[in-house]
Design a binder for this molecule. Sequence first.
Ligand SMILES: NC(=O)c1ccc[n+]([C@@H]2O[C@H](COP(=O)([O-])OP(=O)(O)OC[C@H]3O[C@@H](n4cnc5c(N)ncnc54)[C@H](OP(=O)(O)O)[C@@H]3O)[C@@H](O)[C@H]2O)c1
Length: 252
Amino acid sequence: MKKYVFITGASSGFGEACAHIFAKNGFSLVLVARRVDKLEQLKVSLQNDTVNIHCLELDIRNEKEVIQSINSLPEIIKNNIHILINNAGLAVGRSSIENAVTDDWERMIDTNIKGLLYVSKAIIPFLKLHESTQIVNISSIAGKEVYPGGNVYCATKHAVDALSKAMRIDLVSHGIKVTNIAPGAAETEFSLVRFKGDVQTANSVYDGFEALLANDVAEAIWFVTSRPAHVTINDITIMPTAQASATILYKK
Ligand SMILES: NC(=O)c1ccc[n+]([C@@H]2O[C@H](COP(=O)([O-])OP(=O)(O)OC[C@H]3O[C@@H](n4cnc5c(N)ncnc54)[C@H](OP(=O)(O)O)[C@@H]3O)[C@@H](O)[C@H]2O)c1
Protein backbone atom coordinates (compact mmCIF):
# COMPACT_ATOMS: atom_id res chain seq x y z
CA MET A 1 0.00 0.00 0.00
CA LYS A 2 1.29 3.43 -0.93
CA LYS A 3 2.08 5.92 1.80
CA TYR A 4 -0.09 9.04 1.92
CA VAL A 5 1.07 12.60 2.51
CA PHE A 6 -1.62 14.95 3.86
CA ILE A 7 -0.97 18.47 2.51
CA THR A 8 -2.95 21.49 3.72
CA GLY A 9 -3.02 24.53 1.43
CA ALA A 10 -2.44 22.44 -1.68
CA SER A 11 -4.42 24.70 -4.04
CA SER A 12 -1.49 27.10 -4.52
CA GLY A 13 2.15 27.94 -3.76
CA PHE A 14 4.23 25.64 -1.55
CA GLY A 15 1.45 23.09 -1.06
CA GLU A 16 0.85 22.68 -4.79
CA ALA A 17 4.61 22.35 -5.43
CA CYS A 18 4.79 19.68 -2.68
CA ALA A 19 1.99 17.73 -4.39
CA HIS A 20 4.12 17.53 -7.56
CA ILE A 21 7.30 16.42 -5.76
CA PHE A 22 5.63 13.83 -3.53
CA ALA A 23 3.63 12.39 -6.46
CA LYS A 24 6.83 12.10 -8.51
CA ASN A 25 8.39 10.19 -5.63
CA GLY A 26 5.54 7.69 -5.46
CA PHE A 27 3.46 9.05 -2.55
CA SER A 28 -0.31 9.10 -2.66
CA LEU A 29 -1.86 12.42 -1.71
CA VAL A 30 -4.61 14.00 0.33
CA LEU A 31 -4.89 17.56 -0.97
CA VAL A 32 -6.65 20.05 1.31
CA ALA A 33 -7.90 23.61 0.65
CA ARG A 34 -11.10 25.66 0.39
CA ARG A 35 -10.84 26.07 -3.42
CA VAL A 36 -11.64 22.50 -4.38
CA ASP A 37 -11.79 23.42 -8.12
CA LYS A 38 -8.07 24.22 -7.94
CA LEU A 39 -7.39 20.90 -6.20
CA GLU A 40 -9.31 19.04 -8.92
CA GLN A 41 -7.24 20.80 -11.62
CA LEU A 42 -4.06 19.84 -9.78
CA LYS A 43 -5.28 16.26 -9.57
CA VAL A 44 -5.74 16.21 -13.37
CA SER A 45 -2.24 17.62 -13.91
CA LEU A 46 -0.79 14.81 -11.75
CA GLN A 47 -2.77 12.11 -13.55
CA ASN A 48 0.33 10.72 -15.29
CA ASP A 49 1.89 9.74 -12.01
CA THR A 50 0.71 6.40 -10.71
CA VAL A 51 -0.58 7.75 -7.43
CA ASN A 52 -3.91 7.91 -5.63
CA ILE A 53 -5.13 11.46 -5.07
CA HIS A 54 -7.95 12.50 -2.74
CA CYS A 55 -9.15 16.13 -2.80
CA LEU A 56 -10.62 17.45 0.44
CA GLU A 57 -12.55 20.74 0.43
CA LEU A 58 -11.95 22.04 3.92
CA ASP A 59 -11.66 25.30 5.82
CA ILE A 60 -9.15 24.42 8.54
CA ARG A 61 -10.53 27.19 10.79
CA ASN A 62 -13.67 25.13 11.41
CA GLU A 63 -12.85 22.56 14.10
CA LYS A 64 -16.02 20.49 13.59
CA GLU A 65 -15.47 20.38 9.82
CA VAL A 66 -11.83 19.36 10.31
CA ILE A 67 -12.73 16.47 12.62
CA GLN A 68 -15.64 15.28 10.46
CA SER A 69 -13.76 15.47 7.13
CA ILE A 70 -10.69 13.68 8.43
CA ASN A 71 -12.60 10.99 10.27
CA SER A 72 -14.77 10.31 7.22
CA LEU A 73 -11.79 9.66 4.93
CA PRO A 74 -11.76 6.04 3.67
CA GLU A 75 -9.95 3.71 6.13
CA ILE A 76 -7.38 2.80 3.47
CA ILE A 77 -6.34 6.47 3.28
CA LYS A 78 -6.49 7.37 6.99
CA ASN A 79 -4.53 4.30 8.01
CA ASN A 80 -1.73 5.04 5.56
CA ILE A 81 -0.98 8.70 6.29
CA HIS A 82 2.75 8.90 7.05
CA ILE A 83 3.41 12.62 6.60
CA LEU A 84 1.39 15.72 7.55
CA ILE A 85 2.44 19.00 5.95
CA ASN A 86 0.83 21.86 7.90
CA ASN A 87 1.24 24.45 5.17
CA ALA A 88 -2.12 26.28 4.87
CA GLY A 89 -1.72 29.80 6.15
CA LEU A 90 -1.80 33.46 5.30
CA ALA A 91 -0.85 37.00 6.12
CA VAL A 92 -3.59 39.63 5.89
CA GLY A 93 -2.64 43.31 5.92
CA ARG A 94 0.54 45.23 6.83
CA SER A 95 -0.92 47.86 9.19
CA SER A 96 0.52 48.91 12.53
CA ILE A 97 -1.44 47.59 15.50
CA GLU A 98 -3.44 50.75 16.15
CA ASN A 99 -4.62 50.95 12.53
CA ALA A 100 -5.30 47.27 11.94
CA VAL A 101 -8.59 45.66 10.94
CA THR A 102 -9.29 43.21 13.74
CA ASP A 103 -10.95 40.76 11.34
CA ASP A 104 -7.53 40.40 9.65
CA TRP A 105 -6.13 39.32 13.03
CA GLU A 106 -8.90 36.76 13.48
CA ARG A 107 -8.23 35.24 10.04
CA MET A 108 -4.51 34.88 10.72
CA ILE A 109 -4.86 33.53 14.27
CA ASP A 110 -7.70 31.17 13.33
CA THR A 111 -5.87 29.77 10.28
CA ASN A 112 -2.18 29.83 11.17
CA ILE A 113 -2.48 28.72 14.80
CA LYS A 114 -5.88 27.20 15.55
CA GLY A 115 -6.35 25.54 12.14
CA LEU A 116 -2.88 23.99 12.32
CA LEU A 117 -3.70 22.64 15.79
CA TYR A 118 -7.11 21.20 14.78
CA VAL A 119 -5.60 19.40 11.78
CA SER A 120 -2.65 18.10 13.81
CA LYS A 121 -4.88 16.75 16.60
CA ALA A 122 -7.06 14.92 14.07
CA ILE A 123 -4.15 13.42 12.08
CA ILE A 124 -1.76 12.43 14.90
CA PRO A 125 -3.71 9.25 15.86
CA PHE A 126 -3.14 7.96 12.30
CA LEU A 127 0.56 8.89 12.30
CA LYS A 128 0.90 6.86 15.51
CA LEU A 129 -0.08 3.70 13.60
CA HIS A 130 3.32 3.56 11.88
CA GLU A 131 6.98 3.86 12.74
CA SER A 132 8.92 6.95 11.72
CA THR A 133 6.15 9.28 10.58
CA GLN A 134 6.50 13.05 10.33
CA ILE A 135 4.87 16.45 10.75
CA VAL A 136 6.25 19.40 8.78
CA ASN A 137 5.06 22.79 10.01
CA ILE A 138 5.47 25.76 7.67
CA SER A 139 6.42 28.72 9.79
CA SER A 140 8.34 31.68 8.31
CA ILE A 141 11.28 34.03 8.80
CA ALA A 142 8.41 35.99 10.44
CA GLY A 143 8.45 33.23 13.07
CA LYS A 144 12.09 34.05 13.90
CA GLU A 145 12.06 37.85 13.60
CA VAL A 146 9.54 40.70 13.74
CA TYR A 147 9.22 43.48 11.17
CA PRO A 148 7.23 46.74 10.86
CA GLY A 149 3.55 46.02 10.19
CA GLY A 150 4.17 42.29 10.66
CA ASN A 151 2.81 42.24 14.24
CA VAL A 152 0.06 39.59 14.31
CA TYR A 153 1.36 37.58 11.33
CA CYS A 154 4.77 37.42 13.06
CA ALA A 155 3.07 36.41 16.31
CA THR A 156 1.22 33.54 14.59
CA LYS A 157 4.41 32.27 12.95
CA HIS A 158 6.34 32.55 16.26
CA ALA A 159 3.51 30.39 17.63
CA VAL A 160 4.08 27.82 14.86
CA ASP A 161 7.79 27.78 15.73
CA ALA A 162 6.92 27.17 19.41
CA LEU A 163 4.35 24.50 18.53
CA SER A 164 6.96 22.66 16.43
CA LYS A 165 9.20 22.48 19.50
CA ALA A 166 6.27 21.45 21.70
CA MET A 167 5.09 18.75 19.28
CA ARG A 168 8.62 17.35 19.14
CA ILE A 169 8.54 16.87 22.91
CA ASP A 170 4.98 15.51 23.06
CA LEU A 171 5.43 13.10 20.16
CA VAL A 172 9.00 11.83 20.61
CA SER A 173 7.84 8.63 22.33
CA HIS A 174 5.74 7.78 19.25
CA GLY A 175 8.70 8.19 16.88
CA ILE A 176 6.98 11.08 15.09
CA LYS A 177 9.52 13.50 13.63
CA VAL A 178 8.64 17.20 13.72
CA THR A 179 10.27 19.69 11.35
CA ASN A 180 9.83 23.45 11.29
CA ILE A 181 10.43 25.21 7.96
CA ALA A 182 10.97 28.97 7.95
CA PRO A 183 11.04 30.47 4.44
CA GLY A 184 11.91 34.06 3.53
CA ALA A 185 10.26 35.90 0.64
CA ALA A 186 8.75 33.50 -1.89
CA GLU A 187 6.71 34.44 -4.94
CA THR A 188 3.33 32.69 -4.62
CA GLU A 189 -0.23 33.97 -4.09
CA PHE A 190 0.91 34.98 -0.59
CA SER A 191 1.27 38.74 -1.28
CA LEU A 192 -1.91 38.87 -3.36
CA VAL A 193 -3.78 37.50 -0.33
CA ARG A 194 -1.92 39.79 2.08
CA PHE A 195 -2.80 42.90 0.04
CA LYS A 196 -6.39 41.71 -0.56
CA GLY A 197 -6.18 41.33 -4.35
CA ASP A 198 -4.12 44.50 -5.05
CA VAL A 199 -1.97 43.04 -7.86
CA GLN A 200 0.35 46.05 -8.20
CA THR A 201 1.29 46.18 -4.51
CA ALA A 202 1.61 42.38 -4.40
CA ASN A 203 3.95 42.32 -7.41
CA SER A 204 6.06 45.19 -6.05
CA VAL A 205 7.09 42.97 -3.10
CA TYR A 206 9.21 40.93 -5.52
CA ASP A 207 10.68 43.84 -7.54
CA GLY A 208 14.46 44.09 -7.83
CA PHE A 209 15.51 40.70 -6.44
CA GLU A 210 15.08 37.02 -7.15
CA ALA A 211 12.55 35.64 -4.68
CA LEU A 212 12.29 31.96 -3.74
CA LEU A 213 9.98 29.89 -5.92
CA ALA A 214 7.41 27.50 -4.45
CA ASN A 215 9.46 24.60 -5.75
CA ASP A 216 12.57 25.73 -3.79
CA VAL A 217 10.60 25.34 -0.56
CA ALA A 218 8.97 22.09 -1.68
CA GLU A 219 12.43 20.63 -2.38
CA ALA A 220 13.50 21.50 1.19
CA ILE A 221 10.36 19.77 2.46
CA TRP A 222 11.12 16.71 0.34
CA PHE A 223 14.69 16.68 1.71
CA VAL A 224 13.59 16.67 5.36
CA THR A 225 10.99 13.97 4.75
CA SER A 226 13.32 11.66 2.85
CA ARG A 227 16.04 11.27 5.53
CA PRO A 228 16.67 7.85 7.12
CA ALA A 229 14.36 6.80 9.97
CA HIS A 230 16.90 7.68 12.70
CA VAL A 231 17.51 11.24 11.40
CA THR A 232 15.29 14.28 12.08
CA ILE A 233 15.95 17.73 10.66
CA ASN A 234 14.41 20.00 13.32
CA ASP A 235 14.62 23.34 11.55
CA ILE A 236 15.31 24.82 8.17
CA THR A 237 15.47 28.55 7.44
CA ILE A 238 15.44 28.99 3.68
CA MET A 239 15.97 32.45 2.19
CA PRO A 240 16.42 34.10 -1.20
CA THR A 241 20.15 34.86 -1.57
CA ALA A 242 19.29 38.57 -1.72
CA GLN A 243 17.52 38.49 1.66
CA ALA A 244 19.75 38.72 4.76
CA SER A 245 16.97 39.02 7.37
CA ALA A 246 13.24 39.66 7.61
CA THR A 247 13.87 43.34 6.81
CA ILE A 248 17.17 43.45 4.88
CA LEU A 249 16.70 42.83 1.18
CA TYR A 250 19.36 43.71 -1.38
CA LYS A 251 17.26 45.09 -4.26
CA LYS A 252 18.83 46.14 -7.58
N1 LIG B 1 5.26 33.11 0.23
C1 LIG B 1 6.02 33.54 1.23
O1 LIG B 1 6.77 34.52 1.09
C2 LIG B 1 6.01 32.80 2.55
C3 LIG B 1 7.13 32.94 3.38
C4 LIG B 1 7.15 32.27 4.59
C5 LIG B 1 6.09 31.47 4.97
N2 LIG B 1 5.00 31.35 4.16
C6 LIG B 1 3.92 30.47 4.63
O2 LIG B 1 3.85 29.37 3.75
C7 LIG B 1 2.53 28.82 3.73
C8 LIG B 1 2.07 28.68 2.29
O3 LIG B 1 2.03 29.95 1.70
P1 LIG B 1 2.20 30.21 0.13
O4 LIG B 1 3.31 31.19 -0.01
O5 LIG B 1 2.26 28.94 -0.61
O6 LIG B 1 0.84 31.04 -0.11
P2 LIG B 1 -0.41 30.78 -1.07
O7 LIG B 1 0.06 30.58 -2.47
O8 LIG B 1 -1.35 31.92 -0.80
O9 LIG B 1 -1.03 29.42 -0.51
C9 LIG B 1 -1.71 29.38 0.72
C10 LIG B 1 -2.53 28.10 0.77
O10 LIG B 1 -3.21 28.05 2.04
C11 LIG B 1 -4.57 27.68 1.81
N3 LIG B 1 -5.43 28.20 2.88
C12 LIG B 1 -5.50 29.45 3.38
N4 LIG B 1 -6.45 29.54 4.31
C13 LIG B 1 -7.01 28.30 4.42
C14 LIG B 1 -8.05 27.74 5.22
N5 LIG B 1 -8.72 28.49 6.10
N6 LIG B 1 -8.37 26.44 5.07
C15 LIG B 1 -7.68 25.67 4.18
N7 LIG B 1 -6.69 26.13 3.40
C16 LIG B 1 -6.36 27.43 3.51
C17 LIG B 1 -4.91 28.31 0.45
O11 LIG B 1 -5.99 27.58 -0.15
P3 LIG B 1 -7.48 28.12 -0.35
O12 LIG B 1 -7.42 29.62 -0.50
O13 LIG B 1 -7.93 27.41 -1.60
O14 LIG B 1 -8.19 27.64 0.86
C18 LIG B 1 -3.61 28.05 -0.31
O15 LIG B 1 -3.62 26.75 -0.86
C19 LIG B 1 1.69 29.77 4.58
O16 LIG B 1 1.55 29.21 5.87
C20 LIG B 1 2.52 31.05 4.65
O17 LIG B 1 2.26 31.79 5.81
C21 LIG B 1 4.95 31.98 2.95
